[in-house]
Design a protein around this ligand. Structure first.
Ligand SMILES: C[S@@+](CC[C@H](N)C(=O)[O-])C[C@H]1O[C@@H](n2cnc3c(N)ncnc32)[C@H](O)[C@@H]1O
Length: 213
């Protein structure tokens, strides 16, 4: 679903930062070799993640949903010198692909990969986070929020992707559609939780920014 006219989207991209070479390469190889390449954040959202990360200057980032590492590397651009990213994906087949690009990027020693179900792995990571990017299975978003909120520093930021779910969040919900049900619940939860302040941005498939008070 296009939220704005494709011509306007082109204009937006042409007037935003250029995509770094390594991310162009990663994107090309993902489209050539990996299933479901549409899951990758891509040029525009990647530049936004990079800019947000540079504003936050995090020392500790948690990413839920690595895929081929596009968003990991975009977020890494804002890391402080001693900063680290913990990134989780349940698909073990992507591990070597991710590592190749992480090492090539120069951020390799700052990126820690975890393979498995994020709901099991998050409690095992002994760290506090300045920035969390949630971009995995939609039905777990409310559970992810509960698992990370006490690990997020005051002033820290949660970025939640795909919160508009191609517009399904305002349509009549098919009772079997667990993803949409979870996202409707999640969007309300973010709006109402007194521990955070939240703005939902209608960018791509919807990206919510929530800052911990
Ligand atoms: C939309 S893709 C992530 C895209 C990536 N953040 C980017 O912007 O390029 C979602 C990823 O979440 C992973 N995933 C789905 N459910 C998961 C779970 N329960 N635990 C860990 N990873 C999961 C999938 O394997 C997939 O690679």
């Amino acid at each position: 679903m296009d939220f704005i006219a494709p011509e306007l989207q082109d204009y937006v991209e042409q007037h935003s930062e250029n995509e770094p070479k390594i991310l162009q390469e990663l994107s090309r190889e993902t489209w050539q070799k990996v299933l479901q390449p549409r899951m990758l954040s891509g040029h525009f959202q990647g530049r936004l993640l990079s800019l947000i990360s540079k504003l936050v200057q995090p020392t500790s980032i948690l990413e839920i949903g690595t895929y081929t590492g596009y968003s990991t590397l975009s977020l890494a651009e804002g890391l402080s010198k001693a900063g680290k990213i913990h990134t989780i994906d349940r698909n073990e087949e992507l591990y070597d692909f991710q590592r190749r690009y992480f090492d090539k990027s120069g951020f390799g020693t700052q990126i820690f990969q975890y393979t498995g179900d994020a709901q099991k792995i998050i409690p095992e990571i002994n760290a506090k986070f300045d920035l969390v990017f949630i971009d995995a299975d939609k039905k777990s978003y409310p559970a992810y929020f509960e698992l990370i909120i006490d690990k997020l520093r005051s002033g820290g930021l949660i970025l939640s992707d795909n919160v508009l779910w191609s517009g399904k969040v305002i349509q009549e919900i098919n009772p079997k559609d667990e993803d949409t049900k979870a996202l409707v619940h999640y969007n309300r939860l973010l709006k109402e939780d007194p521990r955070i302040e939240t703005v939902l941005l209608p960018i791509r498939d919807g990206l919510t920014l929530s800052r911990k008070l």
